[in-house]
Ligand binder design. Structure first.
Ligand code: PEP
Ligand code: MG
Length: 756
């Protein structure tokens, strides 16, 4: 008999049992009989999770008295190990395994071989199905597969809520599914609570056994066709089409998508009686197991690609498409994801999205900047996140301290609520600083402006009491649009921003797309050979070549600012001529409007971001051209340290408070002093208290920062004496202390300045 025929026979018998009117315990008793007989095994047992322990629910071959008596903790013995690792074990000699534990009540001493598979429900092992044999032999692949298929059937039984209670499966029960605290890197500080929502929701398989094999076969054929089309189309998309590494990934995807072996194995599983969904999952389980055995890191990497593809196929076949954003958030949510793009984050309902936890992430990645602008706390760099926090878990996110607790106990919730209330009180205190002008103790007025980019940010300006918008990231409008925003749409946004700002200045930065701000509608060819997008064809480089883009933006800005002051800032200027070329585009548009007798801006000031270190070396030539200069420390530090700002592995490696950065900034401050050019900072660095202190000590008098930081930074400004601070900074620069951060913090603490 072929393997498929044997599997089908088992499935048919299981089908009969499942469809019978038997009570759940009766069904389990039958299942163990069927498996023991079909696999010619002396023992077959089912353990299920009850009150956090794996309890023997049914057995054929072990002592009947052990049923509902033998209980193992997760991680205990072979059964507990299988559940803990959610992994299959196949051992010729069970006793030789380091985790083996003997339970006398079961009478299992005479059995040598052992094979067990986890019963998985909602990605969590809720039980174990195992077989044992007197002879020391390894079970064959087809036998293991039969066990795995049976485990899927049992999981369907569980999902029908007959065997273990839903609460337990969802991880709300005590013991192994009790509270779990995770820690990571605080990317956007703040507190939040809500229900865990996966950005890519897990796919639930509702039916394991096929009613009509032909129908399932057709479903899987159609899904394969669709998936292959999607993969072929990926090459037309910017996110995939930038050559190098991406091309390799794409090639691997194509290889898997067209792999005959893969589709054949899925078909065989359908032949054996599984639904299309169960067959895909079944084959995936088998592949996972094989890959683990091979233990080759390169192959493990490929396994991620295959997992991704199998998920895609599952999504198509089950019709469970889209991210959690497209399905809509139903209540206060904490979003769980590996990583996100800024545009993906912006798709979420801001009223319900309370926090984000990522497996990756870094402080200055644009998705984090967007989250900061949205006021959504983010915890990043959490290892194994999706294994610990399950969909539907209640989560307390404490991004101030870099932790989160899933499934917290009531006293923890109460303590969190108290802190939450205190933090709200603090926010209220900062809100009161709204109308207070930030003068230092020695009487110097510091300009505290805010960064913005979203339409909603406009309403924040009066609320936080910033001196204006020191950086308006115009590309955010491009990121949230499905197509390139036309001039008219740009004009409306800029006009509304200027209307809302009233007398306060708004510095519009021309589009900075490319890098980690890829636009799906800019085609692949545009980014050809950009293996290193942050240093590639982005920002002004792109805008100058795509003249139409800058022209449209120039016109929209000039028209929006009719009769008022306009501040224009160019990003990523590396050499002075780039600034000249960009300004020339504005001059042309201005001349055109003048000819048409349109109302022109009352005054136009041009400036540039200083974020490419090369520009700092030619400030003597550059300063006479501009009226202001804004240091973009996000990009500047990535270029100074040659450390990709979006690379999570480098997220904690270099400190803004390093002598290299501080000395560099000091040189810029000195070179600019007395030139008549306004100097400011608009990178994330300026919004952090210790860093802001350092910047003031270096001579910076204008900070443009994330809106939530305006209050805290104003508070700091009011506590310092600049002469004292500058003197201290001079000392730190000439003889850098071993730990600059600690030294500055100590200086602040001695003066009662809060820097956390
Ligand atoms: C910067 O680079 O510091 C900056 C403010 O610009 P962005 O983060 O948008 O690149
Ligand atoms: Mg930048």
């Amino acid at each position: 008999m072929s393997a498929a025929a044997a599997a089908r026979r088992i499935l048919t018998r299981l089908h009969e049992v499942m469809a019978s009117r038997l009570h759940a315990q009766g069904k389990l008793d039958h299942v163990v009989d069927i498996i023991a007989e079909s696999l010619n095994s002396e023992v077959c047992s089912i353990y299920l999770l009850r009150e956090g322990m794996l309890e023997l629910f049914a057995t054929q071959g072990l002592n009947a008295e052990a049923v509902h008596v033998t209980r193992m903790a997760i991680g205990e013995g072979l059964v507990g190990t299988i559940a803990d690792n959610v992994e299959t074990l196949n051992l010729a000699e069970a006793k030789a395994h380091p985790d083996f534990q003997y339970r006398p009540e079961t009478g299992e001493e005479k059995f040598h071989s052992f094979a067990g598979v986890p019963i998985v429900y909602r990605e969590r092992a809720v039980g174990v199905l195992c077989v044992q044999h007197v002879d020391p032999r390894r079970y064959e692949d087809v036998e293991i597969e039969a066990l795995q298929t049976t485990a899927m059937v049992l999981s369907e039984l569980i999902s029908n809520n007959e065997l273990i209670d839903e609460e337990e499966a969802r991880g709300l029960a005590p013991a192994d599914t009790g509270p779990a605290t995770i820690s990571g890197l605080p990317l956007v500080k703040g507190l939040a609570s809500g229900v865990a929502v996966y950005h890519q929701p897990r796919i639930t398989i509702d039916q394991v056994m096929a009613e009509d094999i032909e129908v399932e076969r057709q479903r899987v054929y159609r899904a394969f066709d669709k998936m292959r089309d999607q993969i072929d189309n990926l090459s037309d998309r910017a996110e995939f089409g930038v050559g190098g590494e991406h091309e390799e990934v794409l090639a691997t995807y194509k290889m898997f998508a067209y792999d005959e072996g893969w589709s054949r194995r899925i078909n065989e599983a359908i032949d054996a009686g599984l639904t299309a969904e169960a067959a895909i999952e079944r084959v995936q389980q088998r592949t996972r197991m094989r890959m683990r055995e091979i233990d080759d890191p390169l192959l493990q990497d490929r396994m991620h690609d295959l997992e991704d593809l199998a998920n895609r196929l599952l999504r198509i076949v089950s019709g469970q498409l889209g991210t959690a954003a497209t399905q809509g958030l139903r209540g206060d949510a904490i979003l769980i994801a590996k990583n996100l793009g800024p545009a993906e984050l912006l798709e979420y309902d801001r009223r319900r999205l309370k926090g984000v936890i990522l497996e990756e992430g870094s402080l200055t990645a644009h998705v984090i900047i967007v989250a900061r602008a949205m006021g959504v706390p983010v915890l990043g760099r959490v290892r194994g996140l999706r294994g610990i926090v399950q969909e539907g878990d209640f989560v307390l996110l404490d991004a101030d301290n870099g932790t989160a607790t899933a499934r917290p106990a009531q006293p923890v919730i109460d303590a969190f609520e108290t802190r939450f209330a205190r933090s709200r009180k603090r926010q209220a205190f900062y809100a009161e600083l709204r109308d207070i002008e930030p003068f230092t103790r020695c009487g110097t007025r510091i300009e505290v402006m805010m960064n913005a980019g979203l339409r909603d940010d406009i309403s924040t300006l009066p609320l936080v009491g910033a001196d204006g918008i020191g950086l308006f990231r115009t590309e955010f409008q491009f990121l949230v649009s499905a197509t390139l925003p036309q001039r008219e749409r740009q004009f409306r946004l800029y006009r509304d921003v200027l209307d809302a700002a009233g007398d306060k200045p708004v510095i519009f930065r021309t589009v900075d797309i490319g890098g980690d701000k890829a636009l799906p509608y800019l085609r692949e060819s545009e980014f050809e050979n950009d293996e290193n997008p942050a240093m590639g064809w982005r920002a002004l480089r792109l805008a100058l070549e795509r003249g139409g883009l800058l022209k449209a933006q120039a016109r929209a800005l000039l028209e929006a600012a009719a009769g008022r002051s306009l501040y224009v800032m160019f990003p990523m200027v590396s050499e002075p001529w780039e600034f000249d070329a960009a300004k020339a585009v504005f001059d042309d548009q201005l001349a055109h409007l003048r000819k048409q007798k349109k109302i022109l801006p009352e005054a136009i000031r041009y400036g540039a971001m200083l974020e490419v270190p090369a520009l700092a070396e030619v400030l003597d030539q550059f300063l006479p051209r501009v009226s202001f200069l804004s240091v973009g420390t996000n990009d500047l530090t990535q270029f100074l340290f040659a450390a990709d700002r979006a690379n999570p592995k480098l997220a904690e490696r270099y400190d803004w408070l390093s002598p290299a950065i501080l000395r560099f900034l000091k040189r810029v401050a000195l070179a600019t002093a007395g030139s008549g050019v306004d100097l400011g900072i608009c990178g994330e660095m300026g919004g952090r208290r210790l860093e802001a202190l350092a910047l003031l000590g270096l001579g910076f008098r204008r900070l443009s920062i994330t809106p939530v930081s305006v209050g805290p930074i104003k508070e700091i400004v009011r506590q310092i004496d600049l002469r004292e601070l500058e003197k201290a900074m001079q000392g730190w620069l000439s003889a850098p202390p071993e730990n600059m951060r600690a030294a500055i913090a100590e200086w602040a603490n001695e003066r009662g300045i809060e820097t956390d």
